[in-house]
Design a protein around this ligand. Sequence first.
Ligand code: ADP
Ligand code: MG
Length: 153
Amino acid sequence: MKKIKLTTKNSDETKALAGKIMKFLKPGDVVLLTGDLGAGKTTFVGGALNSLGYLDHVVSPTFNILKCYFEVKPNVFHIDAYRLEDQNHDIGLEEFIEGNGVTFIEWPVYIPELIPQNHIEISITRIDDNTRGIEIYEEKDNHKELFDSLEAK
Ligand code: ADP
Ligand code: MG
């Protein structure tokens, strides 16, 4: 079990942290993003994508549920399950979650049956307008180097 707690002072710091974390992620990895609306989950995914050279503005896929970024390596799949709360979840998301990319999932609580045992959870808490507490947690020790590098700073 690994857990680390950090604080960011603005959205650019959150994006930079996401870029740092992205370096340690491989196809097949699943990252859950938890936290209230406006916490910074989509901002985090944007930072991860920007670090891979994707320079467009990243918006939440809330209205699409899934966005695929095949133009970056590793491929990134961004799921926002918020609107699946009262809906049939059987829409093929597992093909992406189990697929050959890094999958970020906002609101994983609404698709519990699709969340693999092996995942990293990033929980973001609003402290004030620009400050966020960011907790990075992994049950298994699959990303030791990631946690070592975060602890080293
Ligand atoms: P979510 O996807 O969790 O609903 P968003 O990423 O869409 O949240 O929105 C987060 C908002 O909070 C953005 O407007 C962002 O600029 C702002 N913000 C302020 N400080 C931070 C920070 N330290 N980290 C991330 N976002 C921040
Ligand atoms: Mg969002």
